[in-house]
Design a protein around this ligand. Structure first.
Ligand code: PAD
Ligand code: ZN
Length: 366
């Protein structure tokens, strides 16, 4: 199958264009997927504004779900019509890290930001994180898609591909939060709100949500936060007051800023842990003095893609959503078209809403 697909292309820093992309042919190990829903993640904004240094021009988008429309001759376990979540980090399953059971650290994926894929008027373009999901179709290796039940709404399914896997995985897999432990989360975008949902699912209490935007309070509470704070109050002091004077067992930073990473670390109890989920730029430094590192005995770690394996975790999360034990519906606060992506980035910069999801109706050219 050939032809062009409409896509949002970042042609340079802070410059977007809607273009027709000619995708590569479907190789024997590949599938072609008609993208039906694609979430707008902060990592897309970080690609657009240059924080993550992609190679331009790049088709943005990496958090998506759709329907398989074509399979390569060697693909035996997927068929046209299957609903799938796209996976921006398909592990190789053969490197040292994969074999050691840490596929989120797969050596082949390390540092992958943009990958050549497709052309626009004969010129090579790249795809964000090897996916490029802000496009009507994608061609990916079959191992980069994960089948999900057709009953799962595709807009919610899309979020399983990044925000939800990351936020819930940070809580349940990286930090291994247990029932009754206290949690605080900084930054209530799709990722932080998913961490809040994961904390509720784990039975954590209290669950303290922190965001600069007061408009996030109802969203945070809908996903399970028991308390909501803005930085207008002395956050660490208030968190200690809510946790018997100690600080939280687990603090999750879901923004990627040195000041909030530092605050999250300070808000953890002695012997507790701070998990950096947000991705900041190389130029941002966080400082600690030697005495406090010793004295507080806290762990400081990061969570890469929720310390998970999409092939295992996406179907498990889909099952929980369908069973009604995980309500992710509040995460989708805007459903938009491809052309409305600039406004979605504006909302993200202003801290409005949770996830904007680009919805495509599937009636497009192919
Ligand atoms: P988002 O922009 O939707 O949400 C960020 C939130 O942080 C917003 O609600 C802001 O209002 C809030 N915020 C901003 N500044 C402050 C501040 N100073 N104090 C308190 N709150 C503030 O982002 P997102 O949820 O899409 O992504 C969050 C981060 O997670 C981002 O850095 C992204 O690149 C990263 C990410 N990490 C992984 C991973 O594997 N660790 C995966 C996907 C995304
Ligand atoms: Zn993402």
């Amino acid at each position: 199958m050939s032809g062009t697909s409409r896509a949002v292309l970042a042609t340079a820093v802070d410059t977007l264009e809607v273009v027709d992309v000619t995708l590569p042919d479907v190789g024997s190990a590949d599938v072609r997927v008609e993208v039906r829903a694609a979430g707008v993640c902060h990592s897309d904004l970080s690609l657009l504004n240059g924080t993550l240094s992609p190679t331009f021009p790049v088709v943005l988008g990496h958090e998506a779900a759709g329907v398989v429309v074509e399979t390569g001759s060697g693909v035996l376990d997927l068929s046209p019509g299957d609903h799938v979540v796209l996976n921006w980090a398909p592990p190789c399953r053969t490197c040292w890290f994969c074999l050691a059971g840490e596929p989120w650290l797969c050596q082949v994926l390390e540092g992958v930001v943009s990958v050549p894929g497709g052309t626009v008027q004969g010129q090579q373009v790249h795809t964000a994180l090897g996916v490029g999901a802000f496009c009507e179709h994608v061609v990916l290796p079959a191992r980069a898609v994960v089948p999900v039940p057709a009953e799962l709404p595709l807009d919610v399914a899309a979020l399983l591909g990044c925000a939800v896997l990351t936020g819930i995985g940070a809580v349940r897999q990286t930090a291994r939060v247990r029932s009754g432990e206290s949690v605080a989360v900084w930054g209530l975008g799709g990722v932080g709100l998913s961490a809040v949902a994961g904390a509720r699912w784990a039975g954590a209490a209290p669950i303290i949500a922190v965001d600069i935007s007061p408009a996030k309070e109802p969203l945070a509470r809908a996903l399970g936060a028991t308390h909501f704070l803005t930085p207008d109050v002395p956050v660490t002091k208030e968190i200690r007051r809510l946790t018997g004077g100690r600080g939280v067992d687990h603090a999750f930073e879901c923004i990627g800023r040195p000041d909030t990473i530092r605050t999250a670390w300070q808000a953890a109890r002695r012997g507790g842990q701070a998990v950096v989920v947000g991705v900041g730029p190389r130029s941002s430094e966080v400082t600690f003095n030697a005495l406090e590192l010793f004295h507080f005995n806290r762990r400081l770690t990061s969570s890469v893609f929720g310390s998970g394996d999409p092939a295992r975790d996406v179907p498990m999360l889909a099952e929980q959503v369908l069973a009604g034990s995980l309500d992710l519906e509040p995460l989708v606060t805007s459903r938009i078209s491809l052309d409305e992506l600039p406004e979605a980035f504006d909302r993200m910069r202003a801290g409005i809403g949770a996830r904007s999801v680009i919805v495509m109706d599937g009636s497009s050219r192919s």
